[in-house]
Design a protein around this ligand. Structure first.
Ligand SMILES: [Zn+2]
Length: 307
């Protein structure tokens, strides 16, 4: 028990020295900080049930893009081939987006934790995780849905008729709720421009977008949706002007799985997190990885190729 205060003090010291605002960091110039450590020093204090070890294991990297406030938009690519399988020349590309709404803290935490699961789950998949798409909202003194410009990023994608429909929808249906302001024009924000550029250049064949707190599963796209992920049941709620589901699912013909966790502040239990992941993979296996499965004779689980 006596070690606990010391461990806490050492952790505080390490955190402080990694943060730009640390009063102890008087020595200049400071060494450049590895991106993953910088990311964790920012995000871990905000993300529920995410330890430094979990965050560090995610090995986040700077994408080169920044939020409206100049915070790096961190990402991580994960590929994990099945043992013994030939390298898949054209793996399925999946983009996982967390916390596009900055006050949905569990969305960022789950995306971060799933990075580790992706690394342990052999699949012919190239995962690209953007666990916190709206760091300004997440890191605000009081976490907020919008970015630093007051824009609801999930109403800012360039959907058909945005110029007319998005402001009208905001005025008439959202009653000018400032939390749902779609912005002055579509793609006006660096965060949405970044996500849009990922859809254009990475060309995901599936987008998984994590939200909270409505406790349901939504789907937009051209195929049979997953019926459930863990305890979350499918309940298709329609699309909004400027939303990612409308942009990806309807305009681009790209399946978009939208996960609405039941609570924005409290994480689902570990077992539930794993169940959701397993159900997602099962649905992907059935609907998106069929061709890959047929093209590869997979070895029995655990059997490694030794040549
Ligand atoms: Zn949301």
């Amino acid at each position: 028990m006596r070690g606990a205060p010391l461990r806490r003090a050492l952790r505080w010291l390490a955190t402080c020295l990694l943060a730009s605002t640390c009063p102890l960091a008087f020595a200049e110039p400071r060494l450049p900080m590895p991106a993953a450590a910088a990311a964790c020093s920012l995000l871990v204090p905000r993300l529920p049930s995410v330890s430094y070890a979990t965050c560090a294991a995610a090995r986040l990297e700077e994408s080169g893009a920044f939020s409206r406030n100049g915070v790096p938009l961190y990402w991580r690519d994960v590929t994990r081939e099945a043992p013994g399988s030939a390298a898949q020349a054209d793996p399925l590309r999946v983009l996982v987006i967390g916390a596009i709404h900055g006050d949905e803290l569990t969305a960022g935490a789950l995306a971060l934790r799933w990075i580790t699961l992706a690394g342990k789950t052999p699949r012919a998949v190239h995962w690209r995780f953007v666990p916190v798409a709206n760091p300004d909202g997440l890191l605000a003194k009081k976490p907020q849905r919008t970015n630093a410009h007051g824009v609801d990023l999930n109403r800012n994608f360039r959907t058909p008729g945005w110029d007319h429909d998005a402001p009208l929808h905001w005025q008439r249906r959202a009653h000018k709720d400032p939390r749902r302001w779609p912005g002055p024009s579509s793609l006006s924000e660096p965060e949405t421009r970044f996500l849009n550029s990922q859809i254009e250049s990475f060309k995901p064949q599936l987008v998984v977008s994590i939200h909270a707190p409505y406790g349901l599963l939504d789907f937009d796209g051209p195929m049979a949706p997953p019926r459930q992920l863990g305890a979350l049941r499918l309940e298709q709620v329609g699309v909004f002007p400027g939303s990612l589901g409308y942009f990806g699912g309807l305009k681009k013909g790209l399946p978009v799985v939208t996960i609405e966790l039941p609570n924005a502040l409290r994480m689902p239990k570990e077992g539930e997190q794993r169940d959701m992941w397993a159900d997602l993979l099962r649905w992907m296996d059935a609907h998106l990885l069929t061709d890959v499965r047929e093209a590869h004779e997979k070895p029995e689980p655990g059997k490694l190729s030794v040549h």
